[in-house]
Design a protein around this ligand. Structure first.
Ligand code: AMP
Ligand code: TRP
Length: 325
């Protein structure tokens, strides 16, 4: 049986990119095996964040998981910080990943570039160690992620190989699974940049008012060619809108192109906005219901209980393997 594990870090407002690249896909995975979907709140501390923001975002993500159709009876939803095995395994695994390989991680290079060199937290550098610990703790075989996280899963695979070579078959080898359409949704105001929680003009936030969403899509940056065709290089704006449309409709990019043959950009954008709203409006409604119900805390508690069972067993295996009494 497969074990599925993934997480989102509560660092900012979730976007349509998170929805298409992550949230929307989780539901299908819970039919494939036991599912562990968590809120990576310890990871959120790797960059400065206000305590109140962290609290709000964490509860938001739990409610978003439920609104996206995750069923607490099939899928364990929990907070990373509620399961101490994450931090404990991290303390062990940091000895089996190397500073050279950590310094080559694209995410570290991107994020640290924007910081004063003297003030880069150790946690940001060691981010992939904690993420690898998250993954191996649950004997995860499948790790659904957006394409920006593939490198971290690959590093986890290197760790598993290294650890098992040294100690025998202790850890299970995970595999990253990336959705084909929608692995990378771009900003609507600069379609060469990823949509990523930080650009209010180019990002569609899942909590945005529906009318604001429509406005943002109608004013998305495109080009002057007036042909709806997929061409990431020369037509990044139109290609991004096609990706959003196709992934929400569950069709291929080619079929989406065909649908808009001869259409002008206004018509096309309106159709994209309609598709986004048709999906997100009921999703938002469910989110607000969950958030205001107290059900979220109950789900998180139940999820953490099961998560502790599984992760403590792995931790014990690792303790025994390395010689901790
Ligand atoms: P993050 O927001 O970086 O914590 O990412 C949470 C999940 O959403 C990860 O699986 C990401 O790969 C995915 N994700 C984030 N932004 C995007 C985007 N613009 N397009 C597609 N997937 C995304
Ligand atoms: N690093 C992931 C992200 O930014 C979040 C995450 C933390 C994660 N631990 C994980 C994803 C383990 C998958 C598996 O999106």
């Amino acid at each position: 049986m497969e074990r599925i594990l993934s997480g989102i870090k509560p660092t900012g407002q979730l976007t349509l990119g998170n929805y298409i690249g992550a949230l929307k896909n989780f539901k299908a995975f819970q039919e494939q095996g036991e599912c562990f979907i968590f809120i990576a709140d310890l990871h959120a501390l790797t960059l400065p964040i206000e305590p109140e923001t962290l609290r709000t975002n964490s509860r938001d993500i739990a409610a978003f998981y439920l609104a996206a159709g995750l069923d607490p009876n099939k899928c364990n939803i929990f907070l990373q910080s509620h399961v101490s095995a994450h931090a404990e395994l991290n303390a062990i695994m940091q000895n089996y990943l190397y500073m050279g390989e950590l310094s080559r991680m694209t995410q570290f290079k991107d994020k640290s570039q924007k910081l004063n060199k003297e003030k880069i937290g150790l946690g940001l550098f060691a981010y992939p160690v904690l993420m690898a610990s998250d993954i191996v703790l649950y004997d995860a075989t499948i790790v659904p992620v957006g394409d920006d996280q593939i490198q971290h899963v690959e590093l986890t695979r290197d760790l598993v190989k290294r650890f098992n070579n040294r100690y025998g078959d202790i850890l299970i080898m995970p595999k990253a699974v990336v959705t084909k359409v929608g692995a990378r949704i771009m900003s609507l105001s600069d379609p060469t940049k990823k949509m990523s929680k930080s650009d209010p003009k180019g990002d569609i936030f899942l909590k945005d008012d529906i009318n604001v969403m429509r406005k943002k899509i109608m004013s998305a940056v495109t080009d002057s060619e007036a042909i709806v065709k997929f061409d990431r290089e020369n037509k990044p704006g139109i290609s991004n809108l096609l990706t959003i449309y196709a992934s929400l409709k569950g069709i291929s990019i080619e079929d989406a192109e065909k649908e808009f043959e001869g259409a002008n950009y206004g018509t096309f954008k309106r159709a994209v906005a309609d598709a986004v709203i048709a999906e997100i409006e009921p999703f938002q409604k469910r989110y607000f219901e969950y958030l205001n119900s107290g059900y979220v805390d109950e789900v998180l508690e139940k999820g953490a209980k099961r998560a502790r069972e599984i992760s403590n067993a792995t931790l014990k295996r690792v303790h025994d393997a390395v010689g901790l009494l």
